[in-house]
Design a protein around this ligand. Structure first.
Ligand SMILES: Cc1cc2nc3c(=O)[nH]c(=O)nc-3n(C[C@H](O)[C@H](O)[C@H](O)COP(=O)(O)OP(=O)(O)OC[C@H]3O[C@@H](n4cnc5c(N)ncnc54)[C@H](O)[C@@H]3O)c2cc1C
Length: 227
């Protein structure tokens, strides 16, 4: 993929979870060709660039980012204040967190918070292989794509883990009051399984350690850590 430098123009903003906003941009002047799972880097001032995984699929005309607004953060503050029509310099695409082309693989995705971004792009792109998504947060307010996750693919099984949901009625049909690692402890793992993990460092490290303990080969574990 060619890395380009260009301009993104903000077309829509939506609050999708606690402290989390979804931004859709048009890419001005030139096409951004990327592989699902990659990220772009946005410029906020002369020296500050921040990485954001692309949540839209490469087939969509607009670029979607889902961003956790961290109080006082350089990128967070700029995006939180941004208005429709604002423009940002960007570079990209970057990254090697992309799907394998192993035909018989079952693709198992593990994501928390905004870590769902590259997983969404991958799931929307995959047309054939069976997929399983473990998507976690403290409670429903942490889950950015709750209203649409079921529409992403017919080949996708979804397990929601809400580790601190006090109201059992909020759990719904496929959610459990557990951490993602709890699901993985009892998952029947086969040599065909590939694991794609994205989110904060602690979650990613915890999932990786558990998979290694369960005998999953390193070559079957793919990770993107946001911090
Ligand atoms: C490959 C990659 C992809 C990424 N994709 C996304 C994405 O899709 N969505 C998204 O929201 N973020 C994503 N990030 C994280 C993002 O790049 C920024 O690091 C993050 O948004 C904080 O930037 P900031 O400028 O707002 O805060 P900064 O000005 O960098 O930091 C402000 C304060 O917040 C703390 N901080 C920084 N990051 C975090 C964090 N994750 N949690 C808690 N505190 C933090 C810092 O230690 C500092 O004290 C990604 C990071 C990488 C490396």
């Amino acid at each position: 993929m060619n890395i380009i430098e260009g301009t993104l123009q903000l077309e829509s903003i939506e609050t999708v979870a606690r402290d989390t906003k979804k931004f859709r941009f048009s890419v001005l002047q030139q096409a951004l060709n990327f592989t699902a799972g990659q990220f772009v880097s946005l410029q906020f001032n002369e020296t500050s660039w921040r990485a954001y995984s692309i949540a839209s699929s490469p087939e969509e005309s607009e670029l979607e980012l889902v961003v956790r607004i961290i109080s006082g953060g350089v990128g967070s503050t700029a995006l939180d204040k941004a208005q429709i029509g604002d423009r940002f310099n960007f570079k990209g695409p970057f990254g090697h967190f992309v799907l394998s082309d192993t035909p018989q693989a079952r693709l198992i995705f593990c994501g928390t918070g905004t870590g769902i971004a590259p997983l969404r792009s991958m799931i929307l792109t995959e047309k054939k292989r069976n997929m399983l998504l473990f998507y976690g947060g403290r409670n429903r307010e942490d889950i950015a794509y709750l209203d649409e996750v079921e529409t992403w693919s017919e080949n996708l099984e979804i397990k929601l883990g809400l580790s601190r949901e006090d109201n059992p009625e909020n759990l719904g049909a496929y959610a459990k009051n557990v951490r993602i690692t709890k699901y993985l402890e009892s998952l029947e793992i086969t040599p065909q399984d590939e694991f794609y993990i994205c989110g904060n460092g602690d979650m990613a490290k915890g999932v990786e350690a558990l998979l290694k303990d369960r005998g999953v080969e390193k070559s079957k574990i793919f990770m993107e850590r946001f911090n």
